[in-house]
Design a protein around this ligand. Structure first.
Ligand SMILES: *Cc1c(COP(=O)(O)O)cnc(C)c1O
Length: 367
């Protein structure tokens, strides 16, 4: 049986009538840029995330850049990010004029290790960007305590973690701003690029909105120079059809993760995801570990099971950051994990038979 890594078409078929009607309505009203569909989605998304303001934008990467611009990052400012993430988290610091400082991740949860945070600080440190990687919240209690003590801002990178919770509180509500991506494969995905940045801070919301829209919240008003980063009407209308399904889709991901726990129990050499106490994981990805990761991936692909590695090279070791001259020993956990991690299929439309086929394929590798 072939099992795809994700199946966006299967998801479309479950909501086809709603999506088709939404697209037709946008075309009928020509509400391609701005307009009611964008406004409605911003309001509904802010409510679902339990945050006051939502500034929609062109993609998740822009949302990080817009947030840092709104927070006033300037040359010389240092921003701390986990060593293990997608490059958007760090490249946007440089774009905003700041300096990237990497901090190692926790060995088990893959999220920023708060214990190492203070050692990374200098008088130039201005902020921290924790990433709720794979769908598991970072340790927000410890991270916010460090941020408060040193008067640092926090932008939560929630691209993989819509609706995840830390101690019963939704991610995105801890920091000064929360960045979201609606890249098609994310837990809430558009049919193209889309993103949003949310905040409870009225002033920050206004600054971010202005910057994302050529420096003015209304046409012709340019208080500052900005950029053009917009969510378009078609994507907004599509996202509004999908948003009411997010809770159900998330529960299904969690159910599949629990099932994997049973199906993959006791396999020699296989590491399963660890959810730390007090954290609710939304399983954007189901990441296993194996010492012979590449051989396991080849074995699975040979049996028709698609896998992905997120990410095969931790950020400090990428050519893009060769300027820092980092060594593997600087970030031992991120370095160890990069050669062991493997993401196996998990998506709400996955059938029991598909999941069983994945589990059987993994088991047959060890036998
Ligand atoms: C997807 C992602 C982003 C960026 O989102 P885009 O919409 O692709 O620009 C940022 N951070 C993380 C952790 C992501 O997974």
């Amino acid at each position: 049986m072939n099992v795809p890594f994700a199946d966006l078409h299967a998801q479309y078929l479950t909501i086809k009538d709603g999506i088709d009607a939404a697209i037709a309505n946008v075309i009928k009203t020509s509400a391609f840029i701005r307009g009611s569909y964008v406004q409605e989605f911003e309001q509904d998304f802010a409510a679902a995330m339990k945050i006051k303001h939502c500034v929609s934008c062109a993609n998740g990467t822009d949302s990080l850049y817009i947030a840092m611009h709104g927070l006033g990052v300037k040359p010389g400012d240092e921003v701390i990010v986990p060593a293990h993430s997608w490059i958007s988290t760090s490249e946007t610091i440089t774009q905003a004029g700041g300096t990237v400082v990497f901090c190692d991740t926790d060995a088990k949860t893959y999220t920023l290790d708060p214990v190492q945070l203070e050692a990374k600080m200098t008088p130039r440190t201005v902020g921290i960007i924790p990433v709720h990687l794979y769908g598991q919240p970072a340790d927000m209690g410890a991270i916010m305590a460090v941020a408060r003590k040193h008067k640092l801002w926090v932008i939560e990178d929630c691209a993989q973690a819509h609706l995840a919770q830390w101690e019963g509180q939704q991610v995105g509500t801890f920091g000064n701003a929360a960045s979201f991506s609606f890249y098609p494969g994310k837990n809430l995905g558009a049919m193209g690029d889309a993103g949003a940045v949310c905040t409870n801070d009225d002033g920050l919301a206004a600054r971010m909105g202005r910057f994302a829209r050529h420096g003015g919240l209304t046409k012709g008003d340019h208080q500052i120079e900005g950029i053009n980063s917009r969510l378009d009407g078609l994507q907004a209308a599509i996202l509004s059809v999908k948003l009411p399904h997010l809770v159900g889709w998330t529960q299904r991901r969690q159910e599949l993760a629990t099932n994997y726990g049973f199906l993959l129990r006791g396999i020699n050499g296989l590491g399963l995801p660890v959810t730390a106490p007090g954290r609710e994981h939304v399983f954007h990805l189901y990441v296993i570990q194996h010492e012979m990761r590449d051989a396991l991936a080849r074995h699975l692909n040979g049996l028709g099971v698609q896998t992905v590695i997120s990410y095969p090279t931790a950020l400090p070791f990428l050519p893009a950051y060769a300027r820092f001259g980092h060594q593997s020993g600087d970030f031992p956990n991120a370095h160890r994990n990069q050669s062991r991690i493997l993401s196996i299929p998990i998506f709400p439309e996955m059938t029991e038979a598909q999941q069983q086929a994945v589990a059987d394929a993994i088991r047959s590798f060890s036998e």
